[in-house]
Design a protein around this ligand. Structure first.
Ligand code: CTP
Length: 371
């Protein structure tokens, strides 16, 4: 298995440096989690997570690596390599005192297989020994990657850490994967029985903040609303009077009739973050699947005027349709879709681009050839 070839030169050098920094641990250094998953899928990696089967602190202290910080309770270290901050963790076993609380580390330096047990999905529970080049895959994550399946490791996983539901939605849309049947029913069970008294709201916040920065975040948001996943953090934040005033303003602007739903969702704090838009077409694409409640909430949370801009452009449509394009000799549905989207883009970016339907026809004939 030489999937490390897919890394870029700098990433390879970082791995080489860690591997050769402490001979005593040579056979105890693993890659784990997202990096292994992404390499197996042939994707570019985000960051390299190292895992030591033993104590990461001992490993780093007796190496020639530059230590930036040490976190004793989790036995993790941050080191600096080639100008990058790199996390090195120790294998560990965790337990949860309450549903959704932060975990307690009860032992570090355990066998890799025992560490893999505490993780979320099978596709994220694969270790790679950098010395022997062996894959450790006790939950058959590689098979699930091939099948495109999201499978949780054990029955209590979502109750221990419901952010895993949000993480699952992220992977679902990022990789176009599906939850397996048992995992789907465990999500439903969690939504029914979860008690959020001891929930770590920061963890929820961090996870939402991460996933709302992705281009497909509106799909995740739709699932959060449709499947009422927000109930996990229901009533964990208070609405202030000033919030109510702002919500009512947003309600008016976006023509929201479901006031209760709006209040409930705001109470449950759907954490939107301001999305970076380069132009009006990006605004259109981002909001096109938002309903009015979502728009109002987005605006309430971010004060981003792009939501107001969207109200102005949302009804722009090409004059011509698929039927017209077929008459012009275009037969492939996919191609017709692309042309219509291009025309829409032109119209949104340049309101004076087309005055009449004939202008749009001329644009098509000039820029595309019938098949
Ligand atoms: N993990 C987990 N439960 C969580 C968060 C993380 O079990 N709630 C484990 C998973 O094994 C995961 C690893 O910790 O692969 C690293 O987590 P993180 O860096 O947050 O995500 P990645 O899976 O690496 O995915 P990405 O960074 O690509 O989003």
């Amino acid at each position: 298995m030489n999937f490390l070839n897919k890394l870029n030169e700098k990433e390879k050098r970082i791995i080489d440096i860690v591997l050769n920094s402490n001979n005593e641990f040579k056979n105890k250094i693993y890659l784990v989690g997202g990096v292994v998953r992404d390499l197996l899928m042939g994707k570019k990696i985000k960051d390299i997570d190292f895992l030591i089967e033993g104590s990461a602190i001992d490993f780093a202290k007796n190496s020639n690596l530059k230590i930036k910080s040490i976190h004793e309770p989790f036995n993790t270290v941050k080191v600096e390599i080639l100008g990058e901050e790199i996390d090195i963790a120790s294998t560990r076993i965790e337990t949860y005192d309450y549903m959704g609380s932060l975990p307690n580390v009860i032992e570090t330096g355990v066998k890799i297989e025992d560490d893999l047990k505490r993780r979320d999905f099978t596709i994220n529970s694969i270790g790679y020994n950098l010395h022997s080049n062996k894959i450790i895959d006790p939950y058959f994550g590689q098979e699930d990657i091939k099948k495109g399946v999201l499978k949780i490791l054990h029955e209590k996983s979502f109750l221990d850490d419901p952010t895993r539901i949000l993480r699952g939605l992220d992977f679902k849309y990022r990789f176009n994967f599906e939850f397996d049947e048992n995992t789907t029913s465990l999500i439903k069970n969690c939504l029914k029985t979860f008690n959020n008294e001891h929930l770590s709201i920061d963890r929820i916040y961090l996870t939402l903040n991460k996933i709302f920065s992705y281009s497909y975040s509106n799909k995740i948001l739709a699932d959060i609303l449709n499947y009422e996943i927000y109930k996990i953090w229901q009533n964990k934040t208070d609405l202030k009077t000033s919030d109510i005033v702002e919500l009512d303003q947003a309600k008016e602007i976006f023509n929201v009739f479901e006031q209760n739903k709006l209040y409930i969702l705001a109470l449950e704090s759907i954490f939107y973050i301001k999305a970076p838009f380069k132009n009006d077409f990006e605004i259109y694409e981002f909001f096109k699947n938002f309903n009015n409640v979502q728009l109002a909430l987005y605006y309430f949370k971010t004060k981003d005027e792009s939501a107001l801009k969207y109200l102005k452009i949302k009804n722009i449509k090409p004059e011509i349709n698929g039927h017209d394009l077929k008459k012009l000799g275009f037969s492939q549905g996919r191609f017709i879709g692309i042309i219509l989207k291009d025309i829409l883009k032109e119209k949104i970016l340049n309101p004076n681009a087309f005055i009449s339907k004939q202008d749009e026809i001329d644009f098509v004939l000039k820029n595309y050839s019938p098949d």
